[in-house]
Structure formats: structure tokens, C-alpha cells
Design a protein around this ligand. Structure first.
Ligand SMILES: [Zn+2]
Length: 168
């Protein structure tokens, strides 16, 4: 990861930064368990970008406490940018609960959310996730969503090359 998130205001900072550019908070404090709690609270932050960023970070951390919060946002939120982030985050929680929430997001009217949800299901990659992806996404009105499942060849385990890059 080439960026760091401020534990206090969730602004994105350069990896080499020691203090947050936005609020000055030290970035190298050990991340306590309350960090996840604060991120869950930030899902209701008044600033839309912060809400979406919080969802993305929760996905990266993968803490199980976040799963309930993300799923409930998936069911209730009308914030498209947040739902896109929630869909992406849920792709890091290989569980039936996440798959159900993503199935719900595949039925929203927002195309970017459906695309993210389809990609997340593909990332989870279990038999159940791929089944939902096949059944719902292939009937989608948009080619962008249908295409996600057609690229199945990409989903094969990659052969190891010498480069060893590990980007996102
Ligand atoms: Zn900050």
C-alpha cells in the first residue's frame, strides 16, 4: 500500500509521511482496536468522501466487526458513493453474509455499485459467490456487469513470475 490513512481524520497521506497533512495527527501510532470502531462510526460521517474511505479501509483491515456494519449499510444506504465502497470492501469478507449483501447490491439501480458488487463476488471466488454472480449478473441490463463474469479466464491462479509485485 503506497498510501497511509490518518487514524484520526481518515485523510489519505503519502507512505513516507509521519504526520497527517490534514490534521497533523501522528500517523505511526499503533492502531488500537478502537480504530475499527471509529471507522464504523465514520460510515455515518457528514463528509461523503470520509464515509466511502472508511468503508474501503474497513475492507482492507478485514475485521469481522465491520462486516455487520457494512452489510447493514448495503441494505439501507441510499448513498451511491458509499455503496460502491461498501461493495468493494465486502469483497474482502469471504462469508455468506457478505455474499447475501452483495447479491442485494447487484439489484440496485446504480450501475457503478452493481459493477463493484460483481467484481467483489468474483474476488470472493467461492462456489456460492460465483453462483450468485452467474445468476444475477448475467441477467443485468448493462454489459459492464455481464462482462465481469465473462472474464473468468483472468480468475485462474496466476503463475508466479520473478517480479513479485503485490499492488492492488
Ligand atoms: Zn488527519
Amino acid at each position: 500500500m503506497l498510501t497511509k490513512f490518518c487514524p484520526r481524520c481518515f485523510a489519505m497521506n503519502k507512505e513516507a509521511a509521519t504526520n497527517c497533512e490534514q490534521c497533523g495527527a501522528p500517523l505511526d501510532e499503533p492502531i488500537g482496536s478502537d480504530y475499527v470502531e471509529r471507522l464504523i462510526h465514520a460510515l455515518d460521517h457528514p463528509e461523503p468522501n470520509t464515509r466511502a474511505t472508511a468503508a474501503l479501509i474497513l475492507g482492507k483491515i478485514g475485521d469481522q466487526r465491520a462486516l455487520d456494519a457494512l452489510c447493514s449499510k448495503a441494505e439501507t444506504s441510499k448513498d451511491m458513493a458509499l455503496l460502491e465502497a461498501v461493495a468493494e470492501a465486502l469483497g474482502n469478507f469471504p462469508s455468506q453474509k457478505a455474499i447475501d449483501a452483495l447479491a442485494h447490491l447487484l439489484r440496485t439501480s446504480w450501475l457503478p455499485v452493481r459493477v463493484k458488487a460483481a467484481e467483489a463476488l468474483k474476488r470472493i471466488g467461492t462456489v456460492d459467490a460465483l453462483k450468485v454472480l452467474r445468476e444475477i449478473a448475467m441477467k443485468d441490463a448493462s454489459e459492464l456487469v455481464r462482462k465481469v463474469r465473462e472474464d473468468d479466464n483472468e480468475h485462474r491462479p496466476k503463475t508466479l513470475s520473478g517480479s513479485g509485485t503485490c499492488g492492488t
